[in-house]
Design a protein around this ligand. Structure first.
Ligand SMILES: *[C@@H]1O[C@H](CO)[C@@H](O)[C@H](O)[C@H]1NC(C)=O
Ligand SMILES: *[C@@H]1O[C@H](CO)[C@@H](O)[C@H](O)[C@H]1NC(C)=O
Length: 202
């Protein structure tokens, strides 16, 4: 059985030439206080990237794990040496005293396709390693995404065409792709990973 998988990420990206995405990640500590629930910080990659990443995902936590603070992170700007984030305290709608906050980040540079607010992305469209669904799902999560759910016909067409263009078919006329949705043959229903009905074909 041949399997190709793809991941889906939430952010905007531009298309570059490379077929093989370059992934990087790291942690960076900022010393930050805020009088309001939201604050801005700059996170430095602390490594050399060949170009501005197409996508950055980041989370933030108090460096001292015994502190109760919880933060949401929004990426405001992606630059060559750093990226700018908005850090919002979400356990309470208040500011916080100065403390070290660790930002864990992940970036990639590679080919993808934007559909609405999603990025469809094959980590490697030439790699035909056979994977079971759990391995494929874990691979996506490890790369900052998840297996894609196809919501309707319009999205199916976009995903299908992206697959046709991206996959290197070689001598095989077909590929198998893992999706986030599941199919129940007994009830003939497709369910997305969020529990809602999925696209079932026309
Ligand atoms: C923080 O992020 C979580 C997960 O994305 C979301 O459910 C929640 O609404 C966010 N909180 C705020 C205050 O934006
Ligand atoms: C294909 O992907 C698998 C799983 O990530 C990896 O172990 C393998 O080395 C890859 N093969 C090639 C030829 O890149």
């Amino acid at each position: 059985m041949k399997c190709i998988w793809f991941v889906l990420l939430v952010e905007v990206m531009s298309v570059v030439d490379s077929h093989r995405p370059l992934t990087n990640g790291g942690s960076y500590e900022v010393s930050l206080f805020s009088t309001k629930a939201k604050s801005i910080a700059e996170v430095i990659y602390m490594m050399c990237l060949p170009k501005v990443p197409d996508y950055v995902h980041a989370t933030a936590r108090p460096s001292n794990p015994s502190l109760p603070h919880k933060f949401n992170v929004t990426i405001l700007e992606i630059k060559k040496l750093s990226f700018i984030v908005e850090i919002e305290r979400v356990d309470q709608a208040t500011g916080w005293d100065r403390m070290p906050i660790t930002v864990d980040w992940f970036s990639y540079i590679g080919n993808g396709l934007v559909y609405q607010n999603l990025i469809l992305w094959f980590p490697d469209a030439t790699n035909r390693t056979t994977m079971n669904r759990n391995t494929a799902s874990k691979y996506c999560i490890d790369n900052g995404g998840r297996l894609v759910d196809i919501v309707d016909k319009a999205m199916y067409d976009v995903v299908y065409n992206y697959c046709r263009q991206s996959i290197v078919f070689g001598s095989d006329g077909y590929v198998r792709i893992w999706l986030g949705s599941s199919y129940n043959p007994a009830t003939d229903t497709v369910t997305q990973s969020n529990g809602k009905p999925g696209y079932h074909g026309d």
